[in-house]
Ligand binder design. Sequence first.
Ligand SMILES: *Cc1c(COP(=O)(O)O)cnc(C)c1O
Length: 433
Amino acid sequence: MANLAIQGGPKVRTTLFPKYITIGAEEKEAVGRVIDSGILSNFLGCWHEHFYGGPEVRSFEAEWAKYFGVKHAIAVNSATSGIYCALGATGIGPGDEVIVSPYTMSASSVAPLVYNAIPVFADIEEDYFCLDPNSIEERITPRTKAIVVVDIFGLPYHRDAINVIAKKHNLLVVEDCAQGPGAMYHGKYAGTLADLGIFSLNYHKHIHTGEGGMVVTDNDDLAEKVRLIRNHAEAVVGAKGTSSLINMIGFNYRMTELEAAVGKEQLKKLPNLLERRLTNVTYLTKQLSQIPCLEPAKIRENCKHSFYVHPIKYHREIAGIHRNRFIAAVQAELMPTEKREKEGIKIGCGYVQPLYWQPIYQQLTAYPQGCPWTCEKYKGKPDYHKGLCPVTERMHLEILITHELMTPSMTKPDLDDVVAAFAKVWKYREELA
Ligand SMILES: *Cc1c(COP(=O)(O)O)cnc(C)c1O
């Protein structure tokens, strides 16, 4: 008789895990207030007092700036838009290179292409999965203009090392903090550690407005450029008297009053949601560490992790079977999460495929005629060969496990089922040989 569910044995868990829903009466009331006003957005795409948006957007921005201790917060309709605005504000363009991470949501690395600049992938840290300062240094050329760092899974990037490198080479640093609201580095909030930072407010993130994002910076000039790119820069700069026209091609990346009203309520909930998540991760880390082939991820010294997902390293040499087979067996013991049933069991192998494996990089096709890689302004040589970032590839193919079974709604019995599934697969791993 088989013991493991994947071999036909009984499952550890037969009911769904609890849903993670943060939207409640407070958000309903906030939205009601906007609906009653009849003004769902109050932006104007010209140089006018409404260029900066309506009262909900502006108060949300002010509250966000206060919470994170930063001078400017600029609301946008997604973190992707926010990254595009931030990179546009840095002034990058054709012929420039921007160092990016291969192990992140694709938007943070594809963004340079929007400005016809070249994404250059550096490798990640073995222990923390963020960009590796040594690898960044190796990739710097006279063409490098900026670095997009990512607080991946909710852990702040190695600020001390990377900001020093950036300063030395006169580069701007853009921090993708989509996964790290509330994370901290040496007592300072993630998202505020670089020249510009971006948060996401999409439905999958710690707190959300459906879709949405926030760009933060202490730099007045960069902030104004972000505001222009958010809202039809080309139609505004003349009347406004903006002298620098680089990248002043605007988009409509404006947040509506509805999302801003929701966002203000969500921000109030962030501290509590984060603490519950951390409590769950602490418990899981303690329990899962007792399984010899699992090594829950370390936290960088003097940092607070915000655990968008919980990373775990897998040791095949101890378990004797490949990670993918082990995880398939763990998944078979468990159940999906309520309201997200169609997404499967929220435990996975690796995160995303190394981004330079995507067809856009393998085929060098972003715009017609191979631009911007073939642009005469570009004096470098693109390198996206498989093997380019060996740590990333190893993490992805063999070592990293990520899961989301630590959200605030998970109770101790729920967490115990997760632990029991891993422990059971470890115990009966010979059935998988
Ligand atoms: C979610 C995410 C984004 C994109 O956020 P959107 O608000 O959906 O555009 C960017 N970077 C990272 C690391 C993310 O996790």
